[in-house]
Design a protein around this ligand. Structure first.
Ligand SMILES: [Cu+2]
Length: 341
């Protein structure tokens, strides 16, 4: 029985590698999820044809319940009420749900999700608001939500502090002020941490400055990957989960319009990730905490948990690639196109 591994994919030529490896695959592979024994991946054929990225086939987004093409512009503002003094209270409900998702054609991954999607919803608010996140654990494993940002210790979402880890069937409320303005993230903080993150429990968390930002076509990209055989190396890489999604269906943008990407790296098992833009340079605002860019460049490197805002305009129409500048990641899925009209 052939096993889908990172090395085999690269040896098979990356882009078409999934097809080649799966073509030699007889049946279903199962992998034990180290530490929990609950993870399982089935890599096999779907229908009569072999799974193949090159022919433009992709995963069943409807069955997954989320689509990278919608997710890229999906910002969840929650719902708001006001206190007697007029302060905004912004609330969300997040539920940890175990869900099998198709991460590449024919490759199924037993994900752990917030609200059934990977990445979880992009939570968005304004600086100074009061935030209230109700977290329910409908998974069979304990989880938390650990937010990046400024908040009291008992709201930090780590085991042993405040409500600590939330057991299956349990519930808690995280409440804190939206500080500071910038681009942050949230993720589960239960051990073994690498597994809890790599299984899909993460999302972007945006705090808009009080006076806002310049109007732009706004996108969110959470750079991630999947270790489909639990050997602590990723077989697949992407922005927003599904490899090559934006190759098959480019992100449509307009010439001379400001584009802003909220770029977050959550990639597990690899020390760094990167974002590279073709045919242009961009202004980079690390963590989005300053309105003065640190750099005007075409490539930035991020370790896990690092994030930043990327801004530029396309002066020319046409198709322009974007991808990780580690070629291995690129070939294993982390690449896409902007289509400028
Ligand atoms: Cu967890």
């Amino acid at each position: 029985m052939a096993e889908l591994t990172r090395r085999k994919l690269i040896a098979a030529g990356g882009l078409g590698g999934v097809a080649a490896v799966l073509a030699t695959h007889s049946g279903t592979a199962t992998g034990q999820h180290a530490g929990h024994g609950a993870g399982e991946v089935h890599a096999g054929h779907e229908g009569s044809g072999h799974a193949d990225f090159r022919d433009g086939r992709t995963v069943d987004h409807a069955a997954n319940g989320f689509d990278p093409h919608e997710l890229v512009r999906d910002f969840d503002w929650g719902r708001t009420t006001r206190t007697a003094s007029g302060r905004v209270i912004r609330e969300w409900e997040l539920v940890a749900i175990d869900r099998e998702i198709e991460v590449a054609p024919g490759v199924r991954f037993a994900a752990w999700t917030y609200n059934g999607r990977v990445p979880g919803p992009t939570l968005r608010c304004r600086e100074g608001e009061r935030l209230r996140i109700t977290f329910a654990n409908a998974s069979v494993h304990p989880h938390t939500i650990h937010f990046h940002g400024i908040h009291p210790a008992e709201m930090d979402g780590v085991p042993g502090i405040g409500d600590g880890q939330i057991e299956p069937g349990g519930k808690t409320v995280y409440e804190f002020d939206a500080l500071p303005a910038g681009l942050h993230l949230y993720h589960c903080h239960v051990r073994p941490l690498a597994e809890h993150i790599a299984k899909g429990l993460y999302g972007a968390f945006i705090v808009d400055p009080k006076d806002g930002r310049e109007d732009a076509d706004e996108l969110v990209m959470v750079m991630n990957g999947f270790d489909t055989n639990f050997d602590r190396a990723n077989e697949l890489y992407a922005a927003n989960t599904i490899p090559f999604a934006y190759m098959h269906e480019p992100i449509a943008v307009k010439r001379d319009e400001l584009i802003r990407i909220y770029l977050v790296n959550v990639l597990e098992y690899d020390l760094i990730n990167s974002f590279h833009l073709h045919g242009n340079l961009f202004h980079y605002f690390p963590t989005g905490t300053s309105k003065t860019p640190s750099e005007f460049t075409d490539t930035v490197m991020l370790c896990q948990g690092q994030r930043g805002i990327v801004e530029w305009k396309f002066p020319y129409a046409g198709k322009f690639m974007f991808h990780a500048h580690q070629s291995e990641f690129t070939e294993l899925g982390w690449q896409g196109f902007f289509e400028v009209s």
